[in-house]
Design a protein around this ligand. Structure first.
Ligand code: PEP
Ligand code: MN
Length: 589
């Protein structure tokens, strides 16, 4: 079987997992997956034997996603590893600190290096999936103005130079990781045979009644039994008034009599209690002070490098993961503050192409004020003629991201090539695969390996089955966050730009659990027909719309015939409020 981690070669999770396997004498192929959720899914579904999850950082605090995924997927912790996170600023050969304008790093790492980054006032911090991706992107881009915060091991692997050493706010900083296994796992899983360490720890999440002394009461249950609390952190329990949820770690194993007794007592005191499990505590100093020299760790990465595709497929349908039978209740995506899926109707609006700062900012503010929930804008444009406007490229991406931040709207933009994927994902919330790339299978695999949601447009001459098969490529690489989009197909009809196949909407909703959007702008290609097709799309059951809007449509650098004015757009949004949408259940009766 396989051991999985989040990230690419050189990510801290990979180092931690490699260390664990080597130290415990376990030989097993490893695979890097695009997100912690994907990793948790693979372990929970017993498609992997072992995974690794960060749960706490000495500077930043609890990694709540880690604890929450352990609880949500009912993963069993096996061992804790404390790993020194000794971040360096890495650049390409020849670059210098004063030239750096962008610093890529995992959000946690950017937070750990807050003081250092504040001192680099000429550089912008850009979050990305993990330190391995940050270092790899810097190496691939070859741009001396872009640097990464990553480990010295990543520097060696990607042949980068150190522009600054020890960048974290405190050189003693480290992260805590938990090695996890599936709750239900085959007897051959080698972690089952591991002897328990001398020191064990237990983690739990609980909530208490909102009254004076209730937290103290819960904690005294541990104190009375001589159980040493090791960590306590709280967060608001959203949707439950002012109640809070507490994350607690303490010494001992659930099999110890006093711990078992404490848990019984806590069960009757706490409103909710999830015991995540007991595991081998880390003993001694954090591992991985990896500066001097990083050779052993570099060897470790080389030894386990290159993910193997050992995550087993499911079922024998041509699109098992996309098919409704794999998720009867329908997929819901959370994109920033926006939910997409059943019960929602999501309007995405913006220009065909990002043309200038002023154009995208004014459009973003205008569509936000009129009810758009996400902002679209192409930076890399697939144009029929090589002489037509090709988009502003990375400048357009940065402008779109800026407009998204200015309005709070999540952003959507098209990726045309594999090498754009990760850099785009670092700045843009939803990666669009355009109609012309629907069967660019390598590109589909690349977005499937990235953690960002994807909007997949139906190809100009693709059947519904071909669209679903293309979607399967993305899901099968581990990315479950996908929206399908009907945008018109080629028929013999010439009166409209394409033939908007609205019948695809109920068919897709019946056959797949994925949200379905409609793009009437490209579907019909004529401004005045966009409105009736928006109405029809909502009525036929679309989960959302993708609409082109421009401050001055006749001047648009691409697709000017179909772009709406701000006012047209406002009228359509108000109009749509009166249209009822279909639910999947209605569609199938
Ligand atoms: C676009 O959304 O601007 C676009 C180019 O779309 P499509 O791929 O559907 O033509
Ligand atoms: Mn367009």
């Amino acid at each position: 079987m396989t051991a999985v981690y989040q990230g690419v070669d050189g990510a801290y999770s990979q180092l931690v997992l490699g260390h664990f396997l080597r130290e415990r004498g376990i030989e097993m192929p490893t695979a890097g997956l695009p997100s912690f959720r994907e990793m948790a899914t693979a372990v929970a579904g017993a498609r992997a034997d072992v995974g690794v999850m960060p749960i706490e950082n000495a500077i930043v605090g609890t990694v709540r996603e880690g604890y929450d995924l352990l609880a949500e997927f009912d993963l069993v912790p096996v061992a804790e590893i404390q790993w020194r996170t000794d971040h360096r600023l890495l650049g390409v050969r020849g670059s210098e600190l004063r030239d750096v304008r962008e610093v890529l790093g995992h959000p946690l790492v950017l937070a750990e290096c807050g003081t250092f980054l504040a001192g680099l006032d000429h550089a912008r911090a850009i979050p990305c999936e993990d330190t391995g991706v940050a270092a790899r992107e810097v190496a691939r881009g070859g741009n001396p103005a872009i640097a990464a915060l990553a480990s010295p091991v990543a520097a060696t692997i990607y042949d980068l130079i150190e522009l600054a050493a020890h960048c974290s706010d405190d050189p003693r900083t480290y992260s805590r990781f938990l090695i996890v296994r599936p709750r239900h796992t085959g007897a051959a899983n080698p972690v089952l045979a591991l002897p328990k360490a001398a020191r064990r720890k237990t983690s739990m999440i609980f909530s208490v009644e909102e009254r004076t002394g209730s937290l103290a009461g819960a904690l005294s249950i541990l104190a009375q039994r001589n159980i040493n609390g090791d960590k306590l952190e709280s967060k608001p329990y959203l949707g439950h008034g002012t109640e809070r949820v507490f994350y607690v770690d303490f010494d001992g194993d659930v099999d110890d009599a006093n711990v078992a007794d404490a848990i019984v007592a806590l069960q009757s005191t706490c409103k909710t209690l999830t015991v995540l499990g007991s595991y081998d505590a880390h003993i001694g100093e954090p591992i991985g002070r990896n500066d001097n020299p990083p050779k052993a760790l570099v060897e470790l990465v080389r030894e386990i490098a290159q993910p193997v595709a050992a995550i087993a497929p499911i079922g024998d349908s041509p699109f098992p993961r996309v098919s409704r039978s794999s998720n009867g209740s329908g997929t819901t995506l959370q994109i920033g503050g926006v939910r997409v899926g059943d019960g929602e109707f999501t309007i995405v609006a913006g220009p065909c192409s990002v043309e200038s700062r002023e154009q995208i900012l004014s459009t973003a503010h205008a569509v936000a004020a009129r009810g758009a929930m996400m902002l679209r804008g192409g930076a890399f444009k697939p144009r029929t003629s090589p002489y037509a406007f090709q988009g502003l490229g990375w400048e357009g991406v940065s402008l779109l991201a800026e407009a998204g931040r200015a309005t709070g709207l999540p952003t959507v933009s098209e990726v045309m090539t594999i090498d754009q994927v990760e850099r785009m994902a670092a700045q843009i919330d939803v990666l669009q695969i355009g109609a012309r790339n629907m069967q660019n299978f390598d590109l589909l695999k690349a977005v499937g390996r990235c953690g960002r949601p994807v909007l997949l447009k139906r190809g100009l001459s693709a059947t519904i089955d071909e669209l679903l098969a293309a979607a399967e490529y993305i899901l099968s690489e581990g990315n479950p966050n996908l929206i399908l989009c009907e945008r018109g197909i080629r028929t013999y009809e010439q009166a409209t730009r394409n033939t908007l196949d609205l019948s695809a909407v109920p068919v897709l909703r019946e056959r797949s659990h994925l949200p379905v959007f409609v793009d009437p702008s490209h579907g019909v290609g004529v401004r005045r027909w966009v409105r009736p097709l928006c109405r029809a799309a909502k009525a036929v059951g679309a989960h959302g719309l993708l609409i082109e809007v421009h401050p001055n449509p006749p001047e648009a650098k691409s697709d000017k015939e179909q772009a709406l004015t701000f006012d047209d757009f406002g009228v359509i949004v108000r109009d749509l409020e009166r249209i009822e949408t279909w639910s999947h259940a209605q569609v199938t009766v």
